[in-house]
Design a protein around this ligand. Structure first.
Ligand SMILES: Nc1ncnc2c1ncn2[C@@H]1O[C@H](COP(=O)(O)OP(=O)(O)OP(=O)(O)O)[C@@H](O)[C@H]1O
Length: 254
């Protein structure tokens, strides 16, 4: 198995607050890895560091052997990294289809020649539209393709966000609280979708999630942080009865 994403000895400070303190974690290619921990543990900071939205004080982040800290946030889609956000980051006034198409633009290859002569861009646009429709079919929401996002049910919008992240064909998908705000039924369906992405499409997933039953049900590897530090990591079976984890969650069953 190959390590696709490696965080090593990562420290992030915001003024006097140390949000991450020498955190290390490895995500193996083709696995679902979950990052868990109580509020304020540093999960979002870790995500934002990988996404190049936050600059660490020290440590390294490597993706497919490359030093990610030498790349800009805008390069990530081209490298094969996509993410979703805790609060849906969709354009409310645009249609579902347009929102999904936006996810591919970062990887579009149309350059100077196409902007001058037009033809390859037009072909690329047709391809992109076809791919976006295919993604909506995959997520079983083709009927809302031409609806504006405003007013659609939350579970549908979550699928739109996933479709947008996947239309760029990422190798690694970062999901920030994907189960947050979903109904029981939607959470079950989301679990099935993520397992299919891993098993049928070979996509590696790293998710931040508070929904323990969901995490333990789908993850291959779980990394727990507490107060910005590595607390414990292992398979769901290894962690289920971890006293450290139970203590960090103040006795909440995991
Ligand atoms: N931009 C910022 N400025 C100052 N402090 C910050 C900033 N972002 C995060 N922090 C602090 O860093 C620590 C880690 O926060 P972070 O949001 O990464 O935790 P989390 O595990 O994602 O929490 P939650 O589960 O509540 O989302 C917290 O003490 C938080 O207050």
């Amino acid at each position: 198995m190959n390590a696709l994403l490696e965080l090593d000895d990562l420290t992030v400070r915001f003024g006097g607050v140390t949000a991450l303190d020498s955190v290390s974690l490895t995500v193996q290619e083709g696995q679902i890895c979950a990052l868990i921990g109580p509020n304020g543990a540093g999960k979002t900071t870790a995500f934002n560091t990988i996404s190049r939205l936050v600059r660490p004080a020290s440590g390294t982040v490597r993706f497919a052997g490359q030093d990610l800290l030498r790349r800009h946030a805008a390069d990530l889609a081209g490298l094969g990294i996509a993410r979703t956000f805790q609060n849906l980051a969709l354009w409310p006034g645009m249609t579902v289809l347009e929102n999904v198409m936006v996810g591919r633009h970062a990887r579009g290859r149309a350059g100077f020649a196409s902007s001058v002569f037009g033809w390859p861009a037009a072909r690329e646009d047709r391809d992109l539209r076809a791919r976006a429709y295919a993604m909506l079919d995959y997520f079983e929401i083709p009927d809302v393709a031409h609806r504006e996002c405003t007013g659609l049910p939350f579970g549908t919008l979550k699928r739109v966000e996933l479709a947008r992240a996947l239309v760029g064909e990422p190798r690694l998908l970062l999901l920030d609280e994907p189960a947050g705000g979903l109904t029981h039924g939607d959470v079950r369906e989301l679990g099935d979708i993520l397992l299919r992405l891993r098993d049928e499409h070979g996509i590696t997933l790293l998710l931040v999630e508070h929904h323990m039953q969901f995490v333990m049900g789908i993850s291959d590897h779980v990394v727990a942080l507490d107060f910005g530090r590595n607390l414990v990591s292992g398979t769901p079976a290894e962690l289920r009865d971890s006293p450290l984890l139970v203590e960090a969650y103040l006795g909440t069953p995991v």
